[in-house]
Design a protein around this ligand. Structure first.
Ligand code: 4AD
Ligand code: MG
Length: 480
């Protein structure tokens, strides 16, 4: 091993090059008995122990080895006699790179609540939990690109600023440079967006799908993976105002092909994370077991995190129609005993997360794909079924999460699409470019959106979506 450069802790912990001189740089997690420093450099959740010869070390230097301080240690790699570690470092020289005042550093070596850590999100990466979560997040992002790349999909970057509302739900953040206190007005007193930066009213995108469809009509198979924004006032553990979404769009796919791709994608990325982040997931499994000890028995998960992930890999997702699901829900015990907050009374009801979770966690006990939803609760672009009531939609529901994927086969027939847009008051003139795909070489196609943070939530076993994105954006929350 070179001695002029630092070696990462992950590499050292697997090393058997005893007797060699190594340099470690990292942050002090703990310093015990004026002798044992646990150093973490982020390369693994595990620390390396460095042993200081305190009798021959300057007192003032020893005092500066505090939790959170950045240090550089040069020493000999030796076989460890202590329990729980194979190697340690016998310190030859030690340098403090950055002090950390123990009176002020908020992350002391003890258990902190996730709520507290959310308030110091700028420092929480330095905990084992967040180290593990963000390693898994990275692995999942990487695996997503790998999955699509292996299948010949083209990665499209769709715009963040757009003038259209892809979901037609009106939950958008406006983008403007107009003077908020004194905007220019038209003759009839409305804000004159012609004078705005883009010459029209614009917003942050809620979905890259519409632009994705344009590309699919040339490349065949494409995907987007980028940030999306929703101004919905949902203060829940499943919603963010800014989240990342993966949106593949495939020409010549029907809904069955679409469902299969989504299931294959989910299984592929979960498998990848499990094999590349085994230590992290094991850590997160134990974290969850600890957390669940606080809960009453009947609210605890039946499976631990690793078993739950394996279970998801080993089983085919259950596929059924919305109509079949409504029948199950109508006759379910929580519905009859009025335990649901929103009772299922008739066909057409929008499913709430409590219903989705009942189907997945209690009824089928595995991931579920619901198809053919009522057209009135779905977006304008979904392919209409012959029954006149339903559309070729699919939602994938996961245990502990509810909806993780939403998608559909798209309406490729111009007349039917135009008619539906009219019914739903979607301005066709503004979406002329979208309709052009149906005018020139229209073809059956399908796609879906996978909420990235919901996926990370599932794989890490975390319970609040704000703990799987570095700096969450939610109602009244935009710190950092
Ligand atoms: O179901 P949604 O709204 O579908 C679309 O946006 C389509 N354009 C997708 C497509 O067909 N290309 O959102 C897709 C997924 C949801 O299933 C959910 O996982 C996630 O995005 N999602 C959110 N995640 C976090 N916070 C929010 N506020 C979310 N809204 C949706
Ligand atoms: Mg949806």
């Amino acid at each position: 091993m070179e001695t002029s450069r630092r070696t990462k802790v992950k590499e050292l912990l697997d090393s058997t090059a005893f007797g060699s001189t190594v340099i470690v740089k990292g942050w002090v997690r703990t310093f015990r008995n004026n002798q044992f420093i646990a150093i973490n450099d982020g390369s693994t959740i595990n620390n390396i122990q460095a042993v200081v010869d305190f009798e021959n070390t300057d007192e003032t230097l020893l005092k500066r080895i505090t939790t959170g301080a950045a240090i550089s240690v040069t020493g000999e790699l030796i076989e460890s006699l202590g329990k729980g570690q194979k190697v340690e470092i016998k310190v030859k020289s030690l340098e403090i790179l950055g002090d950390s005042d123990p009176e002020k550093f908020p992350l002391q070596p003890k258990k902190h609540s996730l709520e507290f850590l959310r308030e110091i999100a700028h420092l929480r990466f330095r905990t084992n939990t967040f180290n593990a979560v963000f390693k898994v997040r990275h692995a999942l992002a990487f695996a997503i690109h790998q999955f699509f790349n292996e299948r010949g999909f083209v990665y499209m970057h769709t715009p963040i600023i757009t003038a259209s509302d892809a979901e037609g739900a009106g939950e958008m953040f406006r983008v403007t440079t107009l003077d908020f206190d004194n905007p220019p007005r038209t003759e009839d007193g409305k804000v004159d967006y012609k004078q705005d930066f883009f010459g029209k009213s614009t917003n942050l995108t809620v979905s890259g799908q519409l632009e994705g469809e344009l590309a699919a009509m040339a490349f065949g198979d494409i995907y987007t993976f980028g940030p999306t924004f929703r101004a919905e006032n949902s203060n829940t553990t499943r919603h963010l105002a800014e989240f990342w979404m993966i949106e593949p769009e495939m020409a010549f796919y029907d809904l069955n092909d679409n469902m299969q791709l989504a299931e294959d994608l989910l299984k592929y990325v979960i498998k990848h994370a499990m094999s590349t982040c085994a230590d992290e997931i094991e850590f997160l499994k134990n974290r969850l077991l600890e957390e669940e000890k606080q809960k009453p028995q009947d609210e605890r998960s039946e499976l631990d995190l690793v078993s739950k992930l394996n279970f998801c890999l080993e089983n085919n997702f259950e596929r059924l129609t919305y109509t079949e699901a409504i029948e199950i829900l109508k006759n379910s015990t929580p519905n009859k005993k009025k335990k649901f907050k929103y009772l299922i009374e008739s066909w057409g009801a929008d499913l709430q997360s409590e219903h989705e979770r009942f189907l997945v966690e209690k009824h089928f006990k595995k991931p579920v794909i619901l198809t053919d939803y009522p057209k009135d609760i779905k977006a304008f672009y979904m392919r209409q079924n012959d029954d006149g009531k339903t559309v070729r939609a699919m939602d994938i529901l996961f245990p502990g999460i509810g909806e993780i994927v939403g998608g559909s086969q798209r309406e490729e027939r111009l007349e039917l699409l135009e008619k539906r847009m009219q019914e739903m008051h979607i301005p066709a003139e503004e979406l002329y470019w979208y309709l052009d795909t149906r005018r020139f070489g229209s073809a059956p196609h399908a796609g879906f959106g996978l909420g990235f943070e919901r996926l990370v939530l599932f794989v890490t076993g975390m319970t609040n979506i704000r703990d799987v994105i570095a700096f969450p954006r939610a109602p009244k929350t935009a710190e950092f």
